[in-house]
Design a binder for this molecule. Structure first.
Ligand code: GDP
Ligand code: MG
Length: 207
């Protein structure tokens, strides 16, 4: 029978291997509260099958009833996302989605190592999570853009109003987005890379 080895031995699939033209790989973190659209965004843009880890955390209540042995437990799900997108033939972004609530900040430590920038996904119905997240990014000196994910029942606000509500300086880019839409999510990432380039340029100029 006439066949080539390559027909029978399966190497990594085309989607798993990076094209040789890629010269720069950048780590980007996507943060925001539960249900704000992090997993949706990574799924929408990723060109590899996105990974999502779902972990159920069980926290025993501090107030344990020793007599009955019944522990009051709260359960919550931690989900981290991972994906990849090539913005052009040379530049690849690795995306890490992580929860933004205070009780998950322990996840932030390793996750931000080596990251160049972040996307803060905002749901206008629950701005309070965003305050904390933005504060943490500012403390770390991590550049970020704010993407306002539009949910149908969320009140509509002009970006200027939101900028004021979030107490964001003028130079932090803000964009509207629909995390379900690939092009819209890609635009958010392009906005972030433009922001990172502008920052790098101004740093070079000011020495
Ligand atoms: N209408 C609308 N729904 C969205 C959008 N983004 C996410 N959702 C929905 O909101 C829910 C939570 O999104 P998910 O990505 O799981 O949030 P995560 O907790 O931040 O990962 C899902 O049911 C999504 O389908 C959006 O831009 N518009
Ligand atoms: Mg998620």
């Amino acid at each position: 029978m006439d066949y080539k080895i390559s027909d029978t031995v399966r190497g990594p699939s085309a989607e798993d291997t990076l094209p040789e033209s890629v010269t720069t790989a950048v780590k980007i973190v996507i943060v925001g509260g539960f249900g704000v659209g992090k997993t949706t965004m990574v799924r929408a843009v990723s060109e590899i099958r996105p990974l999502t880890t779902e972990e159920t955390m069980t926290r025993a209540s501090e107030d344990i009833d020793h007599v009955t042995g019944v522990e009051d437990k709260t359960e919550t799900t931690v989900a981290m996302d991972f994906g990849r997108i090539s913005l052009n033939e040379r530049l690849v972004l690795y995306l890490f989605g992580t929860p933004g609530q205070e009780r998950f900040w322990f996840l932030w430590n390793g996750l931000f190592d080596g990251a160049l920038g972040a996307v803060v996904l905002v749901d206008t119905r629950r701005l309070e999570v965003s305050f904390d997240v933005i504060g943490k990014l500012e403390d770390r000196g991590m550049p970020f853009v704010v993407a306002v994910n539009a949910f149908p029942d969320a009140p509509r606000h002009e970006l200027d109003e939101l900028r004021e509500a979030l107490d964001l300086p003028d130079w932090v880019p803000m964009v509207d987005c629909d995390a379900r839409n690939r092009l819209s999510s890609r635009d958010v990432l392009l906005e972030l890379t433009r922001h990172l380039q502008a920052l790098a340029l101004s740093e070079r100029e000011t020495g």
